[in-house]
Write a protein that binds this ligand. Sequence first.
Ligand SMILES: Cc1ncc(COP(=O)(O)O)c(C=O)c1O
Length: 361
Amino acid sequence: MRVPVRSSIQEIEEYKPGKLVKGALKLSSNEHPLGPSPKVIREIVKSIEEEELKLSKYPWEKNEAELRNEILRYVSVSASASARMKKDNIVLGAGVDGVLDTLVKIFIANGDEALIPVPTFSLYESLVKIAGGVPRYVKRKRGFSIPVEELISSCNKKTKLIFISSPNNPTGNCIPEDELRLIIESVDAMIIIDEAYVEFADSSLVNLVTEYENAVVVRTFSKAFGLAGLRIGYGIIPEWLTSAYKKILIPFSVNSIAIKAAIASLRDHEYLRKTVELVKQERAFLTENLQRVFKVYPSKANFVLVDVSPAKSSEVYAELMKRGIIVRDCSSFRGAGDSFIRVTVGTREQNELVVEALMGK
Ligand SMILES: Cc1ncc(COP(=O)(O)O)c(C=O)c1O
């Protein structure tokens, strides 16, 4: 006999990751154009060979504490001088996805609501539904800024969470700090600020966590550090929330190799600097070239959003696919319509192929 799956699960769409086709140029998942730092790879291999990592053992608390210290140092550089953070403000997870999963479980019970300005990262709505909550959507304005007043007035007693991706996936824009402060100060909900792409932007909103009790920032090693395959991310959360987070997080969900790699990544400052320089330079190259024909939205992330109208995004996606280039057809993003594609910034050689393919259309 089959036991019925919870009804709320039946409504959830499966997460569709960017396609991977052998031999094709994959620019659909906003991954690092060069991969992780060679120093990080050497460090991982060395520590496995020398059995320093002890893979037969569960991940060590000690290594996790070392990483949280390293993150604290890294985050404090970008936070304003007034922002005083401690190790207890830093929590880990299996990617931002794992951190978000834990946060949603803390705040959303049956019937609770979450507000999501769309279009944005689709996992937010899935996690809310999985927890038995109800996602409610606020459509972003033209140019994709958030309608702040509308968002605030959409809150009610059941609203527990508001998700703000900054820079936003797939639109690439950030929320201005004054707007975010207004939201945080006006609502009784927890604001989750997703800074998965923050390294490619000019500033961070992380200092707000030390100023407000209802703001958290989540970040990842998947993008600027090139460790998407190892699944490691972190949250910067107010201290009062740490104990609940630790109770809910699946034990050992962050693996030993990921912890080691994340520590080594944060110590290779030069590689991060080069990565950011490359992405910013190539983002400008893609934008300048593509905007000769298309509307390209200014991006603070490692991807650009391109309006291919009057063509349909699905047609352009298929056409590029035939040429061995995989981009993201954004019609699957709630509220995005059917004329946007998202292109991950690649190396110059890769970007030239994209420009050639799109302009030759
Ligand atoms: C806005 C946003 N948040 C989170 C993630 C997932 O990050 P992670 O690999 O750390 O789970 C992505 C991945 O594309 C993203 O675009």
